[in-house]
Each structure stands twice: as C-alpha cells, then as structure tokens.
Write a new protein. Sequence first.
Lengths: 116, 112
Amino acid sequence: EAAVTQSPRNKVAVTGGKVTLSCNQTNNHNNMYWYRQDTGHGLRLIHYSYGAGSTEKGDIPDGYKASRPSQENFSLILELATPSQTSVYFCASGEGLGYRSSYEQYFGPGTRLTVL
Amino acid sequence: GDSVTQTEGLVTLTEGLPVMLNCTYQSTYSPFLFWYVQHLNEAPKLLLKSFTDNKRPEHQGFHATLHKSSSSFHLQKSSAQLSDSALYYCALSRNSNNRIFFGDGTQLVVKP
C-alpha cells in the first residue's frame, strides 16, 4: 500500500509567521505535489517536484516556497503566513513518465492550517 | 490548455436511485481520465481511471465511459448507497507531463 504522511496534521499560525509543512513518502515515487483544498475551488496545485533537488511552480505558487531535499521528503514553506492561506493542504506522490506509469497520485492525510 | 469541468457542485439523491456525475474535459492531447473520491475527513483516493484500450473501468459498482467525441467521462452507478456520500473529483493527465488536472469536485449526498 502506498504511504504518504504529513506533519503536522493541524497547525495554528499567526499572521506574518513562518510555517513549514512536511511530507514524507515511502513509495519511491519520483514526483511529489502540494495542493490546497478550499470549498468551491477543489484541489489546486501549489508546487510540485520531479525528484530530489527540483521544484516547479504549480497554478497558485505565490506566497509559497517548496523544498525537495531527498526522494522521500517534500516541504511547503510559507515565509510570511497570511489569513488567506488558511486551508487544508494535501501532499501527494506519483510515478513519473513512462509506458508502465499509472499516472495515479497517492495522497497524504492532509494538514489543516489556520492563520490568525 | 488542459482543464476539467464538473458542472454540478452538489448532487443530492435518495438511496437506491441511479447516480450520474458529469465530467467534461479539454485537452490538446489524448489524456487519461480519472475519478477520485474523498470521504469526509479523509484524503482523496483513486476510484477509477480510463484505459487506453477503451475498456470501461469499474470499481465498487461505479463505472465511467470515456467518450472522446464529446470529451466526457461521466461517473455512473445503478443504485446509490448511503456510503457513497463523498466528494468526487474528475481529473485528467496526459502522458507528456507529470501533472493531474482536477475539476472543482461534485459533492454527492445520498439520503435514506
């Protein structure tokens, strides 16, 4: 069974503070993703990565940075948190390109972030 | 660009009635289509995906047929169960990149 874990599961932060959300996967997948989920907007891609050392901007990258120090770990960093970043954040991993790739993504349990 | 449209934000129906959730897409390429399901306070997970050989994918009583002529991949089930209440996402991926594009989701509520 695919395994993606996230920490913390819940976080309350103050406006202007720095927040780091962590994600770990044991699937040995090349690709990892960060999404936020808001009612009415579905899952929106923030940043993604093709492998260790790489990060790519998704559809809503402003106000977020990402870091992929290893195959297993992918972090999302909010340098100056704002109330508009209050949301549920999901990390996911997936196989890379290739004939046998299923293109499926495996999601972590989510982190509920509240910025006051 | 690639996009997915789910026209219904909320679908409410009575247990035992058929389910149909709409999904249409736009893509320059021939994409793979998916349905993901998310139950309350859980992570999204794959429900089913399209096949390259036009077979109809089925899982847990749900099925979907990819119609390239109408760019649709509607999700269907013959008889809704209370446990089907969840948020359903239609999504697409094309084999030239590593991304999945999600629709906005349809909340399905099944009542007794």
